[in-house]
Design a protein around this ligand. Structure first.
Ligand SMILES: NC(=O)c1ccc[n+]([C@@H]2O[C@H](COP(=O)([O-])OP(=O)(O)OC[C@H]3O[C@@H](n4cnc5c(N)ncnc54)[C@H](OP(=O)(O)O)[C@@H]3O)[C@@H](O)[C@H]2O)c1
Length: 347
């Protein structure tokens, strides 16, 4: 008889008692017995959140062996992959091996199905038995290990028509283009900061779909190296090369590009800190700034906007949004440009 689990997975929290798994410090990752509302998976690959992976690589001096040691240390300590320095996790793909009795027949999933977690690794009990490969440029780590998803956890069956690594990469940031879909109106000027990244290009694509031919999508990249990826994209109208953390320089370039009108919507998809003020400055008064970046500081954004008297609506990037997985995967089916580029980068 399996033990009855809590819908949100509180039964796996070891420390501190009574909090939800995401803010918890330590989770129970002993899967010898699962609770009645859990889905046990053999994990194949982790997609580590970009801000977290960058931090781990920085700490490891870009040495893959040290990266592996840091990842194992995090999981051994906390029972989950939550980088204590960024607070963020990532997601995984793997195969369902057991489904708790209370869920069987209630969900469209069976043992043997291959799935991607759509909730963050920062709340998923995880055990790593071995690290098989570290893909330094893809933010991906192949492992031998197991994880459980709770009843409230969101997941997606892996599509059969797209490579798994591509799906993993895209699903990790699926919340970003889905919010573009909601926020952008026809004719809007949209700035995407960190535009060359995984989330950034998806945002550019969806923003253009919504803004239409009279709208403008302005991609902000920080170096000439990555410029071609956005410059060649058929859904980007203009490219600005500037460091997102050099707020005033970025502002000057945006004033020039928009003849002073600035942007209706700004989305920050940067993996580095201190990019709040640039994003706020380049939005119009009463415009919207969507902070998808995990390196965003609430304090810097809130006090920074107040400090310059800028009346903008600021939105925290919720990784979940109804229909986000389908929308992101559909972009891969619709855009040959993005599919080819992402297969080259992430597969
Ligand atoms: N809200 C959520 O639920 C959620 C979910 C997943 C991820 N995220 C966050 O979303 C952000 C983007 O993720 P991703 O996977 O798209 O990462 P990514 O592919 O690494 O993209 C980040 C981009 O930021 C660019 N960048 C770095 N420093 C910059 C600077 N100073 N100025 C301008 N651009 C700069 C990078 O440029 P280069 O390409 O030239 O290096 C890269 O293109 C990360 O912060 C990640 O943690 C949030």
């Amino acid at each position: 008889m399996q033990k009855k689990g809590n819908r949100y997975g509180v039964h796996r929290v070891l420390e501190p008692e009574g909090v939800l798994p995401q803010p918890a410090l330590r989770l129970d990752n002993d899967f010898s017995e699962i609770y009645d509302n859990e889905i046990l998976c053999d994990v194949a690959t982790l997609n580590i959140d970009a801000a977290s992976f960058l931090d781990i690589k920085d700490r490891a001096g870009n040495d893959p062996e040290k990266v592996a040691r840091i990842i194992i240390d995090i999981v051994n300590r906390y029972g989950k992959h939550q980088n204590p320095r960024t607070g963020s996790g990532g997601m995984f793909i793997g195969e369902v091996t057991r489904i708790g009795a209370a869920l069987k027949g209630r969900i469209d999933l069976k043992e043997g199905d291959r799935i991607a977690s759509l909730v963050s690794l920062s709340l998923i009990p995880l055990r790593i038995d071995d690290i098989l490969a570290i893909h330094m440029d893809k933010d991906q780590v192949d492992i031998k290990g197991q994880a459980v998803l709770f009843e409230s956890g969101v997941w997606s069956k892996l599509p059969e028509d797209l490579p798994e690594r591509l799906a993993l990469a895209v699903l990790d940031v699926a919340g970003a283009p889905a919010q573009m879909d909601r926020l952008v109106r026809r004719g809007d000027t949209v700035a995407v900061i960190g535009a060359r990244g995984k989330a950034g290009l998806l945002c550019c694509y969806q923003a253009k779909q919504k803004a239409g031919p009279k709208g403008r999508v302005i991609a902000v990249v920080h170096r000439e190296d990555g410029k071609a990826d956005v410059e060649n994209a058929p859904f980007v109208d203009e490219v600005i090369v500037e460091q997102a953390d050099r707020a005033l320089d970025l502002f000057e370039k945006m004033v020039q590009a928009t003849e002073g009108r600035l942007c209706n919507i700004v989305v920050s998809c940067v993996s580095r800190e201190d990019c709040e003020m640039g994003a706020i400055l380049i939005a119009k008064d009463l415009g919207k700034v969507y902070f998808f970046s995990m390196a965003t500081s609430f304090t810097k954004a809130a006090l920074g906007a107040e400090g310059i008297g800028k009346d903008v609506e600021m939105i925290i990037g919720n990784g979940y949004c109804a229909g986000h997985a389908d929308l992101a995967l559909d972009i891969m089916r619709q855009s040959t440009y993005l599919r080819d580029l992402y297969i080259k980068r992430y597969c």
